[in-house]
Design a protein around this ligand. Sequence first.
Ligand code: CUO
Length: 689
Amino acid sequence: MEKNQKNLLYLFELPYDLISLPRSGGKIHFDLENDASRPPVVTTRLGSGIPVETTLVPDRGDILSQKLGTATSVPLGSPFSFFIKTHRQAAKELCDFFMETKNAEDLLQVAARVHGHVNETLFVYALSFVMLRKKELQNSRLPSIIEVFPGKFILQEQLMKAQLEVNRADPNETTPIVVEHGPEFSGTHLKPEHPLAYWREDYGIHAHHWHWHLLYPIDMNANRNRKGKLSYYMHQQKIPRYDMERLCLGLPRVQKLQNWKAPIKNGYFPKLTLNNSGRVWGSRQDHTTMQDFQRNDFNLDFPDLTHLEIWRSRIFHAIHQGFMIDRQGERVMLSDDVTSGKRGIDILGDALEADSNISVNFPYYGDLHNMGHVLIAFSHDPDFAHKEDMAVVGDTSTAMRDPVFYRWHKFVDDTFQEYKLMQRPYTEEELNLSGVKIERAGVVRNNEANILHTGWNTRLFEASRGLDFNGRSVMVRLTHLDHEPFNYHLQVSNSGKGIKDVTVRVFLAPKFNARSQEMTFMEQRILWAEMDKFTVSLKPGSNHVVRSSRDSSITNTEELTFRDLENFNIDPASPATTPFNFCGCGWPQHMLLPRGRPEGMAFQLFFMPTDYAQDKVVQEATRRCANGVSFCGIQDAKYPDTRAMGFPFDRRPPVNLLGQSVNTAADYARLDNAYIHDISIKFLAEKLN
Ligand code: CUO
């Protein structure tokens, strides 16, 4: 990576501190010409004997405050929320300003000058947004959001402990301080939702969610291929994963939040800081009721609960009538069986998500999903009487910590499912793939078949990249769920005379419901979680297909830390081949499996090869950032599958298949190209590796 690209990395360090403060353990220093805020502390820090690389940032008269537009309207040190329309506007203006820069050097200088003048999260958002999109920066990578904003992930008490240790230690001491961060910190088992805290507070799912919203922002004129539907699908897939985890712990499946005037049973106290001043995220007591929004600190001109209810009614009318009404009063048909133009699910996704530029009729269908986040995020202080900050559910990097997130998104998903159930079922012809038969399929881990193991693991992050601990390195060891890697094995026959390319679709669902009964097709339908989707060429005759769990179509590799990025160089000639094809989006690999139970828990794997000739998408662009493609798409390219996301479980089943009724998913497995296989997942409750 060239020097300026590499130095962009350091603009992500210490977002709450002066830009002139040394970075990378004192090795990097931005020297801003004519910058009055350059503090005397720099001299002291730089006098530590470490060789320092200084980057001079010339005085840039062209960076005038009016160019930043509304970007300065979000106060420093306060939360930034993409669910708030005025914040989206601020983000758009800052992103547009950064996008005008000519190259890495120009961006570095402009961003260094803007640093400290705009809200910190907004700054990191805009810089990330631009680095992901500028062609000339395609070989740069973003550091993990966990290291950029440790306060959003790590218990305030632990960070304070580290600070106290730094204060007490000999100033010449250089060994890093390591603090532990266990899987459960936000409550106790006295609360029914607490046993799942390790899952909701996992760092990886938040990094994924933050990154996904960076790739698919709303109101940013960044209209990516099948965005509306991908928003539905990526968020939909969190629900079966969450429900599976609940069933592992004997908890009932998540209930949608649909009565908005009734108290929300479970509160949430995040115990996280907004910034290094110790300002905390808003907390919600048990039994808090959503209220009309009466704050004036966000320049939002409505919104009250009645609006949400009206928008919901209009969207449900549209779903049941099969069309939406655009701004000219014309009908826009909603159907997934289209040969050109947008599928109904995309149109619905854009209106519900909602993107005011793409929604068929934003004033009429409103801003339902976003404003739901907002009203919940301020339900603890809807009129600012307590001067409390937003709750975590308003920020994409923290929203999934709160149990109410899943209740809200269960409501959103059920709305999409209402639409999906209006679609005709797939025909036998659409489900079948003649000439291809799965003889056997299953999973193997360490030579043992069909039993998968989960347990705990740890990962180290450098909190001192995001927060200043007087120049001392502070590491945090995060404990998280993990599993032993495994392989899928499929024995597939091809009775044709030539090579047959197929897309193998793999899903996982619990075998039994909360009452320990086997599930009907419709009950299990929305519990299938995508595990993988890959293309293989089947030669005539029998084929043994082996696929590693590490190559899953939904997961990324691991979060890239500052240290990883400092030590790596992408070969510009082969950007699509290295592990660093990873660009940050994707479900965390360590969360691929639900945790199961100590005695083992019964799950089913569903395998279905479909015809790649029909599935494939002709791509004009080169592949890049092709990790987690099922959730994240491919950067600068079309979504690489023509079928509906979630196929074949996105629709209700046909009444008859191969002459018999369809009652369970196993009835699909009567097709030669489908296979159901029982497995057991055992939670070892110990450290793996
Ligand atoms: Cu990602 Cu509601 O869209 O959290």
